[in-house]
Design a protein around this ligand. Structure first.
Ligand code: EPZ
Length: 427
């Protein structure tokens, strides 16, 4: 297994180009199941999770051709009627986002058998809302021997009200209701940019989804097994979490970084909080610039994670690493996942002073962090350890770095280009 070695205390300076969004690409790849014609993606990020999503479609019987042109990955996907409706455990268990094949397979074949994904480091991550969606749209759903089996002669539009915002369950509802007979009104939905992009792709394919980006969606189901397909190749939006991660790393190392191919508006709350902490952030035509070269004392800023447009839970761990060297105490409340503080133990090894109980952490800023060997536990926790290593004096080794490769394309190379001393070794 690879591990990263970072010599810290060096400000990041320069320009970084953000890759296409993992969390936009994954559901869009699954939505290709609904297309009558070939779906072409022009700029997929080279991430293990994206490779894996493609592999799932191939294992199901999809015809996929990939072409790597430098940083860009183009993929042509055609999902035939002869494909399977069964997503087996050995595939789904490796990536929970695979659960999003449930709706498209059900709509396409009238039945779907998908393994329960199981939990992960940040929580049990149940899929009860996904099951609720299928049942509300008329499917008969049974869960046995670790599999969800859904069957529906006909899917019928209906009203669905989510008890709280779920990105994945919203996306499941959109993909499935789009194919049903009749109108669906879906309330308290995810407004995340990734969900909006999925809806736009489906509309481009022939669906009729109104209200994208608002709390309520109205979907006029097409009452078919497939949609005609996209009119042109699909370009995936920039990864706002990668952009936010580099923004925080620039601030924490007191550098100046221009983040290109990013949409500032998609992480407006993060950029606002960076300004509140004393950092200069200016928007540019294709991203933004973070300038913290003047920053003597980092002002502590409290955050509470919430669904978009609130503070993204996927940037909570990175923010915590930044606040660990603030001039004072800050609080971080994690309202989305029940166990997303695993990175605290590892930041502790770098000298951070953090206490927590339940979903609220209190970070007492220290003068400096000191390098140490640490272990990544999940994707975004790894990013916070990289930021910790960039800040710390001395050497930090980050083990189990396969976590970070799931969601960050060539992070060590991008950081090296910004002046970081970071190398990838093999254990
Ligand atoms: C998506 O996960 C993202 N993953 C996550 O990013 C992100 O943290 C999360 O949304 C919140 O923004 C992808 O897009 C592939 P949820 P998802 O359903 O859809 C509970 C990353 O690092 N819940 O919005 O699984 C759930 O347990 C990943 O890139 C139920 O109770 O998140 C959680 O507490 C991590 N029942 C809350 O809802 C359900 O049926 C929000 O989860 C579904 C979810």
């Amino acid at each position: 297994m690879d591990y990263l070695v970072i010599e810290g205390s060096r400000p990041l300076n320069g320009t970084v180009e953000i890759s296409a969004s993992k969390n936009a690409a994954l559901p869009m790849i699954m939505a290709a199941i609904l297309s009558e014609n070939e779906v072409i993606f022009s700029n997929l990020p080279r991430l293990t999770d994206v490779d894996f999503a493609i592999r799932i479609l191939v294992e199901l019987g999809g015809k996929v051709s990939m072409n790597r042109e430098g940083d860009h990955l183009t993929a042509k996907i055609k999902f035939p009627d002869s494909a399977s409706f069964v997503a087996p455990y050995e595939l789904v268990r490796k990536m929970r986002a695979s659960i999003s094949v449930l709706g498209p397979l059900l709509a396409r074949f009238g039945k779907a058998k998908v393994s329960l994904p199981g939990g992960c480091a940040i929580g049990s991550r149940p899929v009860d809302l996904h099951i609720m969606v299928m049942e509300k749209l008329g499917a008969k759903v049974t869960v046995e021997e670790g599999y969800i089996f859904a069957e529906a002669e006909k899917l019928k539009g209906t009203e669905i009200v989510f008890p709280f915002v779920s990105v994945g369950a919203t996306q499941a509802a959109i993909m499935t209701a789009a194919m049903a007979e009749g109108v669906s009104v879906i309330r308290n939905v995810s407004m995340e940019p990734e969900t909006v992009e999925l809806g736009k792709m489906l509309n481009d394919m022939g669906a009729k989804i109104d209200g994208l980006g608002t709390e309520t969606l109205t979907i006029h189901g097409v009452n078919k097994r497939t949609l005609p397909g996209p009119k042109s190749p699909i370009s995936v939006i920039p990864d706002r979490i990668e952009a936010g991660t580099f923004a925080v790393a620039a601030a924490a190392t007191r550098g100046r970084v221009e983040v290109k191919n990013a949409v500032a508006e998609h992480i407006e709350i993060l950029l606002y909080n960076l300004r509140e902490s004393g950092v200069i952030v200016e928007n540019t035509k294709d991203g933004f610039i973070v300038d913290a070269r003047h920053l003597k004392k980092i002002k502590p800023v409290d955050i509470i994670t919430s669904p978009y447009p609130g503070f993204p839970t996927d940037l909570q761990a990175q923010w915590m690493a930044y606040m660990s060297i603030a001039d004072g105490t800050s609080t971080i409340s994690e309202k989305i996942f029940e166990n997303r503080f695993i990175h605290i133990g590892e930041l502790f090894r770098l000298g951070a002073r953090i206490k927590y109980s339940g979903n609220k952490a209190t970070v007492q800023g220290v003068e400096r962090l000191k390098g140490a060997p640490v272990m990544a536990t999940d994707l975004r926790a790894s990013a916070s350890l990289v930021i910790g290593g960039l800040i710390a004096e001395g050497t930090t080794e980050i083990h189990r770095v396969y976590h970070i490769d799931r969601g960050y394309e060539r992070i060590d190379q991008k950081l090296t280009a910004l002046g970081a001393k970071i190398v990838r070794n093999r254990e």
